[in-house]
Every structure is written in C-alpha cells, then in structure tokens.
Design a protein around this ligand. Structure first.
Ligand code: NAP
Length: 182
C-alpha cells in the first residue's frame, strides 16, 4: 500500500487553474499562457510525470526529457512514448524505476521528484501524497469545466512567487508555491 511515509521520491503537484478551480474543458486548457508553459517545462524537465489518459490525449505527444507515465483502465491502450499503467501504485513504481535508471546512466538531469501532472481525476487520486503544489493562478471568470479538487485552505502555507499582468494575448496570472503544513 502507498503511504506518504513510504514514498521513495516526493510527489509535487503542478497545476494551472482559475479562481473557480477550473483547469480545462475536458479536452484542452482554456487559456494561452506561453510563459507558464515555459516555466512548466523548466520545473518538470528531467522528472517523471504522472498524467491521466485524457491529459495525454490533450497533449497528443510525449513531453521530451521526462517520463510520460499515463494512467488508464484499459489493458490494451498504448501510445508511442507513453509508459502505460493501470493503477496509481504502478505509476509511482514506474516513476521510481525511471529515476533510478536515469540517476545510474545520467541520461537526463534527474531531480528525484515525481510530478502529479493532472488532469482532475489524477489530482484527485494523488494529491494526498503531495506536500508541495506549484500552482499558477489564472485570472479568468470561466465557471464551467474540469475542476481541481477543493483544498482545505488551512492545510497549506501559500507563497506568491511572481505576478504577470494581462497582455493583449494572455490573461493576468501569478505563480504560487503551496507547502503542506498539516
Ligand atoms: N490546467 C492544468 O494544469 C491541467 C493539467 C492537466 C490537465 N488539464 C486539463 O484537464 C482535462 C483532463 O482532465 P480529466 O480529469 O478529464 O482527465 P484525466 O485525469 O487527464 O484522465 C482521466 C483518465 O485517466 C484514467 N484513470 C483515472 N483514474 C484511474 C485509475 N484509478 N486507474 C486507471 N486509470 C485511471 C482513465 O483513463 P481511461 O478512460 O483510458 O480508462 C480516465 O478516463 C483536460 O481539459 C486537460 O487540458 C489541465
């Protein structure tokens, strides 16, 4: 059984959401934030990502320099560049295995962190194992869509890292680090 105490490598959650906790429409993201995507790449490079099959479909290709571990209930689904798993426990096992292999062969710059990459179904399963969230808060009044699980606000210490004003192409957004305190 997985517990936070017996994790070999820490799991960090990474997410972009609006004030209504909307993360996407089920197929895609709902905003265009090139700066946020660059930051996501920098933060996750050299690490395993755990994502749901729908998030994989929305990206449509493996993200390079990272293990793309995809959760599905299907025993026959596969895609080039995806490490397919049927349970969250197996996802963690594969992520640990990938980190060990890459540390040995030094093929990727591995930072010994696993990323909970979304979408909502995968956040729902994995958040309890995360003590850290890299959160992008996007100013957008979209009310319907796929939602990030509701956090118990008092369990988290929140630090605002950076703020970006709206431009002609992008809404206002900010980067936050959430650290679990309970
Ligand atoms: N803003 C962000 O930071 C962010 C990040 C990631 C994704 N997103 C958005 O989120 C949306 C997708 O999220 P979503 O919640 O609809 O889907 P999802 O979490 O990406 O994927 C759901 C799928 O994962 C598989 N799955 C879930 N639980 C499982 C389990 N316990 N065991 C095995 N497989 C399991 C199932 O695949 P099968 O159906 O194949 O069985 C399920 O249909 C998209 O709009 C995407 O753009 C946003």
């Amino acid at each position: 059984m997985i517990t936070k105490e017996n994790l070999k490598n820490p799991i960090f959650c990474i997410v972009a959401m609006n004030e209504n906790r909307i993360i996407g429409d089920g197929k895609n993201l709902l905003w265009n934030l090139p700066g946020d995507l660059k930051r996501l790449k920098k933060i996750t490079m050299g690490s395993p990502l755990i994502m749901g099959r729908k998030t994989w479909d929305s990206i449509g290709r493996p993200l390079p320099g990272r293990a793309n571990i995809v959760l599905t209930n299907s025993v026959s689904w596969n895609a080039a560049g995806a490490i397919v798993v049927n349970s969250f426990g197996d996802a963690i096992f594969k992520a640990d295995e990938w980190i060990d292999l890459n540390m040995e062969t030094k093929q990727n710059i591995t930072q010994k962190k696993i990323f909970l990459f979304g979408g909502a179904e995968i956040y729902k399963i994995g958040l309890e194992y995360c003590d850290n969230i890299e959160m992008t808060k996007v100013k957008s009044d979209i009310k319907t869509g796929i939602k990030f699980p509701k956090l118990n606000e008092s369990d988290w210490e929140k630090t605002k890292l950076e703020h970006h004003l709206a431009t002609n192409d992008s809404p206002e957004y900010s980067y936050w680090h959430y650290k679990r305190i309970l």
